[in-house]
Write a protein that binds this ligand. Structure first.
Ligand SMILES: *Cc1c(COP(=O)(O)O)cnc(C)c1O
Length: 377
């Protein structure tokens, strides 16, 4: 329903704000049917049948031998970092142009983040700049497929192989993205997804680790379940289990995923038609052979008539809530003030100061997209 008009019932619609995102929901009855068996089994969590069903379905969908579900993407990242048992004081080369979780996971695991600048076109980690950051303490590279744009996975792998480093992808934005038909979950040693309510595919809260090496499975499973293996605590694990209710939500949302991506694609297409050829406005690049998932619609105002701040404020005055995603860089967080940054993060600083994510979700009306673009223009 367009905002500010009379509904069929003759009720005046309040000018409700347009949020940057809105969670997708399966049909109510479908979810009810999905959870009905739980009233019989009374098995509500601890890797029950919905959990197993979802892991299998995701292994198939993501074309990966192993999926291990987690309570959220952040704990999945922490579990991966723990599972590799890197020596204390190890360094992890990562991007500062990301959500807080990526950097926090490294620090909370007792490791040191070493920030690498980003590529000016894809805004993902610049593979050319990794080598100069490698030291004898470097254990892994942790890049992010930011906004669902794939990293230069081939160049990153070459560098990792050269120095014997693990590659852990934060793939929180890349669910459903494929390159030449190959799922984003298959790159590097491990890919970590978030199934948070705001992501393209969600389980309300949730996450997953995707990997090829079967040896990792037992470690991840004990780490998310108090360190238990065969009823014995073999290590100091935490609790990061995904419940049956969350897994059921995932089963439902997976059935509607293609439709979800297609509807996001239509919104994205309208934005591109209206903003694609405007001087001083830069959009996310398309990548050869890559099927996007339209997770976000970031816009960079570089030499535009108005600054990012001005556009943000003007949208806000129209009750349109865009988001300064990802600003500031995680390397500029107050809690990381004492971390030394070895190399210049010039491009990342530049993009973070100019980027704005516009509202994008499956149900966003094209008339609303037009209103948003009119306001910007
Ligand atoms: C959402 C997100 C996470 C964390 O996922 P949660 O499921 O919310 O814990 C990690 N990294 C990135 C880049 C994200 O966007």
């Amino acid at each position: 329903m367009p905002i500010g008009v009379l509904s069929k019932e003759g009720r005046k619609q309040v000018n409700s704000p347009i949020q940057v995102t809105r969670s997708s929901m399966p049909p109510f009855e479908e979810y009810i049917e999905e959870i009905r068996p739980l009233w019989e089994s009374r098995w509500l969590t601890n890797m029950g049948s919905k959990h197993q069903e979802l892991e299998k379905a995701l292994e198939q969908y993501l074309q990966i031998p192993h999926v291990s579900l987690f309570a959220n993407g952040h704990l999945a990242l922490e579990a991966v970092l723990a599972a590799f048992r890197f020596p204390e004081g190890s360094e992890v080369i990562t991007t500062p142009f990301t959500f807080a979780s990526t950097t926090h996971a490294i620090v909370r695991s007792g490791l040191t983040p070493v920030f690498c600048d980003i590529d000016p076109v894809t805004w993902t980690m610049d593979p050319e700049k990794i080598s100069e950051l490698v030291t004898e303490r470097t254990a892994a590279i942790l890049p992010v497929h930011v906004y669902g744009t794939l990293c230069d996975v081939d160049a990153i792998q070459r560098t990792a192989d050269q120095y014997g480093l693990k590659v852990i992808y934060d793939a929180a934005h890349a669910f459903g993205v494929t390159r030449d038909g190959v799922s984003a979950a298959t790159f590097g040693d491990v890919s970590v997804f978030s199934f948070h309510a705001t992501k393209v595919f969600h389980t309300v809260e949730g996450g997953a680790v995707c990997f090829q090496d079967s040896a990792l499975r037992q470690r991840l499973e004990s780490l998310k379940n108090f360190g238990f293996h065969n009823a014995e605590a073999v290590e100091a694990g935490g609790n990061a289990k995904l419940s049956e209710f969350h897994a059921a939500m995932g089963m439902c949302n997976l059935r509607h995923l293609e439709e979800e991506i297609a509807r996001r694609g239509m919104v994205s297409k309208r934005y591109r038609e209206l903003l694609g050829n405007v001087k001083g406005i830069r959009l996310r690049v398309g990548q050869r052979g890559v099927r996007p998932n339209y997770a976000y619609f970031p816009v960079v105002f570089d030499g535009y008539s108005y600054t990012r701040e001005e556009v943000f404020e003007r949208l806000k005055a129209q009750s349109i809530n865009a988001r300064k995603y990802f600003y500031p860089l995680t390397s500029s967080f107050p809690c990381y003030r004492d971390l030394s940054v070895a190399k210049s993060l010039e491009t990342a600083v530049h993009i973070a100061e100019q980027v704005l994510c516009l509202p994008l979700y499956a149900g966003l009306a094209l008339t609303e997209v037009e209103k948003i673009c009119e306001t910007i223009l």
